[in-house]
Design a protein around this ligand. Structure first.
Ligand code: GDP
Length: 206
């Protein structure tokens, strides 16, 4: 089995993106802490896994939110041998503010924690920055650079920007708008990674 996992905070548009990419519906109306289990989409020996959304929402305690995160980590550890790729979906326009809010509470944002964990597990991770339709064309580059720098790309050992910009930062970033059906940058990253793994055949599922 060749598995690709999709991770992301609740409401970033992960279901919409998966629907767009595969034409199939994943569970919808899920709330963080309500669904702890991942959902699978099967395509022969190819498996796409929608991990439960994490983060806070009204009615969900911090403990429950931690449960979701721990479940995700456990799942990844348990299936590391077959997880070939991860797509980390973020809400592009909201991301900076969300991470700053965590930072001000002296906590590590879950998104960053997960990203580092995936890197430790040596799982190639594509950052899908969704909802880019909400960002002005002239502000996109600046926002994407800010996002990759938060993830630790394009920065020096002190975390200061090196000024390279998102495209040269080494991060795999796909600015997309799932609702608008504009997901080509994600498709081309997936195509590239499948090619590197000599699994060009998997591309037929998209
Ligand atoms: P999930 O919880 O991550 O699975 O998120 P959903 O796919 O359920 O989407 C959450 C909300 O974001 C819905 O209201 C979607 O219509 C909206 N949404 C999803 N993708 C986009 C997008 O590309 N642009 C905008 N503006 N809204 C989006």
């Amino acid at each position: 089995t060749f598995e690709v996992i999709f991770v992301g905070r609740s409401n970033v548009g992960k279901s919409t993106l998966l629907k767009n990419l595969t034409g199939r519906n994943v569970r919808t109306g899920k709330r963080p802490g309500v669904t702890l289990k991942p959902t699978h989409l099967y395509f022969d020996d190819f498996l796409i896994t929608d991990m439960p959304g994490f983060g806070f929402m009204s009615g969900v305690t911090k403990e429950k939110s931690e449960d979701v995160k721990n479940n995700i980590v456990q799942y990844i550890e348990g299936h590391a041998d077959r997880i070939m790729l991860a797509v980390q979906v973020i809400d592009g326009p909201a991301f900076v503010e969300i991470t700053e809010r965590w930072d001000s509470r002296d906590e590590i944002p879950i998104d960053l924690e997960l990203h580092d964990f995936l890197e430790e597990m040596e799982i190639t991770t594509i950052i899908a920055a969704n909802k880019m339709d909400r960002v002005k064309e002239t502000e996109k580059d600046e926002l994407l650079t800010e996002i990759v720098e938060i993830f630790g790309y394009g920065t020096d050992e002190n975390g200061e920007s090196t000024g390279v910009g998102w495209k040269e930062s080494g991060a795999l970033v796909a600015p997309v708008s799932a609702r608008g059906g504009d997901i080509r940058p994600l498709i081309s990253h997936l195509k590239n990674e499948f090619h590197k793994m000599k699994r060009d055949d998997l591309f037929k599922h998209f």
